[in-house]
Design a protein around this ligand. Structure first.
Ligand code: G6P
Length: 608
């Protein structure tokens, strides 16, 4: 997730672009840049880090003159945060400058083709193919060239483009990524969302998918990919613009809960091809994988819980023994690791000190290390042999939601990739499994519709002192995350228990009206769970059961039910966790807690 902005008009462009970028900074903030066109020449200014340093280095835009330009604030996906990878990107002949938000899924094929034709790439980004393609297909008509290039791109994108042959024309195009046009008598503007537009105008046009916008200082036209002019409605922004960065939600946490379908889609994008998983630039070869006799997964917090999901799925699909360890334990326990052990490290931030230290220890002992990380170019990513990025976009709320969900999705991809290369599952099984993985975002959308009901249900726990989550197998893995979510933001004591273990001591804590969440989506063990639910219900527990739609056998023993759509047995973590994220959010909400910044917690723990 990045932010883009563009302006053409009667005012100096750079200060407006910088102001817009500053407002879009919540969308990504690892590097930024602007390109301004004047007298047939494009000048770019870039920085690594926050927009503030770009504002300082250009004296708030005064050093870059010109009335037309584009800007970008980056959240790296392809290529680490660096000056070379910062946008705008230029064509080889410096005629075109481009900013991009989204992921171009077929960029590696396009890049290879262009390289074979002698094109020199200066960055590792997926974006850079666009200016080079524009140069290749431009024959004097910018709109035709943009239209041709857009047709070649797969994935999601919002593009802002300037060209030296068009001294006052700004062109934009989009597919699946947001882009809004602002219309004013001082000029016309485009941006990823209204926060960056509202200081200039409240009159906006929503650009549709596969539409091209052509902005000049006094005109905004929109055409389709065949060049046909489209009638677009101008609407007025009447709502509070400051809410836009939270997508209209009250807290980042809820915004991020609702971003999960998109974040998962993005994480899967380009990685499932013809019924199998492809990891670009992986150095772990199939041969090397065959020499691995054990997998160790290391992480902290929710990432550790994603690792536990991974253990169940990877062991089931590959039959390689898999253990999960807390990074803070692993690093001090003289671990048994050698070159036949594969280490998988999971971290949203890529900076967690214990995880980084554990990674280094595993490497020192000869293990190949794969990391699953959200922040491109982070310390953990840099220290690993291979990285699989979760393309979740920046996560602001301390309590992770989309970070966790995308980590779990990568676990599925890895398990399918390894099963294919080890031959432990046949091609049909893997293709069917991956088809179900791809269907997850749609099923999660459906669960999100239960928000209001969960809000009501959550009132029950406002005065609760202590409660339990129970489950078996993958349900247990989710119970751990559901319990952590609730306690970290609502400050209620909560324990997650393997349902079969409850009777070995903890059941003594079950008394009249004690809330017990029973997670029962993993079908193979439904009968066993039913017995465990009966055990606690018989002792007076108030049981709230989460089960798959249509599986009504738990209703008799439960006080309340939460249903989620049925998915492949190994994928239940992805659906089942969603209602508990929402439930935890609303318990904290009803209690008036500081949801996005819970007490005593930090988003990135860079100390031991
Ligand atoms: C902190 C956060 C947790 C997170 C953990 C690991 O404790 O509060 O939400 O799961 O760190 O963070 P990482 O960035 O390594 O995934």
């Amino acid at each position: 997730m990045c932010g883009i902005v563009g302006f053409t008009g009667n005012l100096p462009a750079a200060p407006l672009l910088l102001d817009g970028l500053h407002r879009l900074e919540y969308r990504g903030y690892d590097s930024a840049g602007i390109a301004v066109l004047e007298n047939g020449k494009i000048t770019t200014e870039k920085t690594v880090g926050r927009i503030k340093s770009l504002i300082d280095s250009t004296d708030n835009g005064k050093t870059v003159s010109g009335n037309i330009g584009i800007g970008h604030t980056r959240w790296a996906t392809h290529g680490a945060p660096s000056l070379e990878n910062a946008h705008p990107h230029l064509s080889g002949n410096c005629k075109f400058a481009v900013v991009h938000n989204g992921i171009i899924e077929n960029y590696s094929t396009l890049r290879k083709e262009l390289k074979n034709e002698g094109v020199k790439f200066l960055s590792q980004t997926d974006t850079e193919v666009v200016p080079h393609l524009l140069e290749k297909y431009y024959n004097g008509n910018l709109i035709e060239a943009v239209s041709k290039v857009v047709k070649m791109l797969e994935g999601s994108f919002a593009l802002g483009i300037i060209c030296t042959d068009y001294p006052d024309t700004l062109v934009a195009a989009k597919r699946f990524s947001p882009l809004i046009l602002g219309v004013s008598d001082k000029g016309n503007i485009l941006a990823s969302d209204v926060t960056a537009i509202a200081s200039l105008t409240k009159d906006i046009i929503y650009l549709g998918d596969d539409e091209i916008a052509v902005l000049t200082p006094d005109k905004t036209e929109v055409v389709d990919l065949s060049g046909k002019a489209l009638e677009k409605e101008v609407s007025e922004i009447t709502w509070d613009v400051s809410a836009a960065e939270k997508g209209g939600f009250e807290h980042f946490m809820m915004k991020e809960i609702f971003e999960q379908p998109k974040a998962i889609k993005q994480t899967l994008s380009g990685r499932i091809k013809n019924g199998e998983v492809v990891f670009e630039d992986f150095t772990l070869t199939a041969d090397k994988l065959k020499g691995i006799n054990r997998i160790v997964i290391i992480a902290c917090g929710s990432a550790y819980h994603a690792g536990i999901v991974g253990k169940y799925v990877i062991e089931d699909m590959t039959r390689i023994p898999c253990e999960v360890d807390l990074a803070s334990e692993f690093r001090y326990r003289n671990p048994i690791i050698d070159d036949e052990t594969l280490t998988i490290v999971i971290s949203q931030s890529g900076e967690t000190a214990d995880t980084l230290a554990a990674l280094k220890e595993a490497k020192r002992l000869g293990s190949h290390v794969i990391s699953i990380v959200n922040v491109v170019g982070s310390s953990i990513a840099n220290a690993s042999d291979d990285v699989i990025y979760t393309w979740a976009g920046p996560e602001i709320a301390v309590a992770t939601t989309k970070g966790y969900s995308t980590q779990v999705s990568v676990m599925y991809l890895f398990a399918a990739w390894a099963a294919k290369h080890l031959g432990t599952k046949d091609d049909k099984y893997i293709a069917d499994f991956l088809a179900e993985v791809k269907a997850l975002p749609q099923k999660i959308e459906k669960i999100l519709l239960q928000k209001d009901r969960l809000k009501e249900m959550a009132k029950r726990c406002v005065n609760t002192q202590s409660l339990f989550f129970i489950g078996r197998n993958l349900d247990y893995a989710v119970a751990l995350e559901a319990s952590l979510k609730l306690k970290e933001i609502s400050y209620i004591h909560s324990e997650a228990y393997a349902a079969g273990e409850l009777k070995h001591g903890t059941i003594s804590l079950i008394e009249e009206d004690r809330t017990v969440f029973a997670l029962s989506c993993y079908n193979d063990l439904a009968d066993k769970m039913l017995s465990n639910i009966k055990e606690v219900a018989a002792r007076g527990a108030y049981v709230i059961t989460c089960a798959n739609e249509g599986e009504t056998e738990f209703e008799k023993e439960s006080n309340q039910m939460i249903y989620v759509p049925k998915v492949h047995e190994l994928l239940v973590a992805s659906t089942e966790v969603i209602p508990f994220q929402i439930y935890a959010y609303y318990v904290a909400y009803h209690k008036g807690c500081d949801i996005d910044k819970p007490r005593n917690l930090a988003k990135s723990v860079t100390v031991e």
